[in-house]
Design a protein around this ligand. Structure first.
Ligand code: EPZ
Length: 416
């Protein structure tokens, strides 16, 4: 499956941003922590949430879906299929570890596959569970977790891992005593998960800060919940306007979660107005040189928007340096952008130098990962002529019909 794009058109109109993929996944996982009904609203129709729901069904969770409203009930959930389901699919199944270990007390997973952007180790997860007196053993390529004698404790993360923070929160919700996470991830998706669990009766304090405290409770009750807007999808659309020009109103745009990006785009010359959850962005004059971008842990500039900044830098005059400090191999689209005439030099695995050129030329390129693939779409929108982006299944993992969204804003793009 590919996208065929004819570039050079500005983007105009308005759209409502889909609900966050990276909030929906741990929240779907956490629904297994109660035997009562959980209703999740506006869950995006994307591959990753579909796969997560398929795994839940295999665990015996009753899942019903009406449009984007998902109802889950875990009263008959059992852990027997756990070992064969948890990690054959995508990385996000790792996010089930905390909730299923809390519920079933024993979980077996195979090392989740690394992916193109990095080897994606899980040592921080494993060390955290060991701190909670979870017995971790290895059998072949399986890792077995046994939580029969788990005990609340203080855990200091060597890195503010989002997944590890979310797994510990889910596991500690019903673990007697006080569990503290030091150097916790501060991402908005962690806050969303904590809000969801607190509505179910959990006692989680400090989500969004470096120190999170969880007081174990005996049980959690059902709830109806709508996760927040997807800050990375909102950032994608903002950068698309910065690259193509035009004027777009973004609803459900979670501006508070994109402060760094909004600051940068405003400095470059985009006009951005914010009112509550609505972002109005327009670009009518050539952008100023970007200078330097460094990704980091939230609230630093998000690694998930780095590929988009690479595409933007490719069409912005002047020189840009981009440092990728979170993942070790997240410059996969450099070769693909070079096929379109981008002037990019890879100085090392974490640093690229871009000399902007006014006119990228349409070409046939390959999506190699989720965010890199979406960035190639934006490059195609800004390029002269026709671009074909192959392997769009990568993009479908995190974007609900990206081509439909962009076409509604005036882009010439179709799925073939
Ligand atoms: C989450 O992945 C997101 N995925 C990623 O988004 C995002 O890029 C990442 O957080 C960073 O913000 C979901 O939420 C589903 P980490 P996660 O653990 O939790 C290293 C997207 O495009 N690390 O915060 O897997 C790791 O290698 C995806 O939507 C260890 O060393 O990321 C990385 O260098 C891509 N040991 C750094 O920490 C561990 O045990 C941050 O990873 C775990 C992680």
């Amino acid at each position: 499956m590919s996208f065929l794009i004819r570039g050079g058109r500005p983007l105009n109109g308005e759209l409502t941003i889909q609900t966050s993929k990276n909030a929906s996944l741990p929240i779907i996982s956490a629904s297994i922590l109660t035997n009562e009904y959980v209703t999740l609203k506006k869950i995006p129709n994307i591959t990753d949430t579909h796969n997560m729901l398929e795994i839940m069904k295999k665990l015996g969770v009753i899942v019903s879906k009406r449009g984007r409203t998902i109802t889950l009930n875990s009263k008959n959930a059992s852990g027997k299929q756990l070992d064969c389901e948890l990690s054959k699919t995508m990385r996000s199944s790792l996010f089930l570890l905390g909730s299923t270990l809390s519920r079933f007390k024993q979980v077996m997973i195979t090392m989740p596959g690394g992916c193109k952007i990095g080897k994606r180790p899980i040592d921080i997860h494993i060390n955290a569970f060991k701190r909670l007196n979870v017995d971790v053993t290895y059998a072949g390529d399986y890792i077995c977790f046994d939580a029969q004698n788990a005990r609340a404790n203080k855990i200091k993360l060597k890195l503010p891992s989002v997944g590890a923070t979310e797994n510990i929160i889910q596991f500690a919700c019903k673990l007697k005593g006080k569990t503290t996470i030091i150097n916790a991830a501060r991402e908005p998706e962690v806050v969303d998960l904590a809000n969801f669990l607190n509505l179910m009766g959990a006692k989680i304090i400090g989500a969004g800060s470096k120190k999170i405290t969880i007081y174990g409770v005996n049980s959690l009750h059902g709830v109806s919940y709508t996760p927040a807007g997807d800050r990375i999808v909102a950032g994608t659309i903002m950068i698309a306007v910065a690259m193509c020009g035009g004027k777009v109103t973004i609803k459900n745009g979670v501006p508070h979660a994109n402060k760094k990006l909004i600051e940068i785009l405003s400095k470059l010359g985009c006009q951005i107005k914010i009112k509550n959850d609505i972002i109005k962005i327009s670009k009518t004059t050539p952008l100023l040189p970007i200078g330097e971008i460094s990704t980091g842990y939230y609230p630093d500039f998000p690694t998930d928007l780095q590929s988009f900044m690479l595409a933007l830098a490719s069409v912005t005059t002047g020189e840009t340096k981009i440092n990728e400090n979170v993942f070790e191999n997240r410059f996969l689209i450099v070769d693909e952008l070079q096929k379109m005439g981008a002037n990019i030099k890879k100085l090392n695995n974490n640093l690229v130098q871009v000399r902007g050129t006014q006119n990228l030329l349409g070409a046939e390129v390959d999506a190699l990962d989720l965010r890199g693939g979406a960035s190639l779409v934006l490059a195609g929108l800004a390029a002269q002529g026709q671009t074909k982006v192959n392997n769009v299944h990568f993009i479908d993992r995190g974007y609900e019909h990206l081509e439909v969204v962009l076409r509604k804003l005036g882009a010439d793009i179709k799925r073939i």
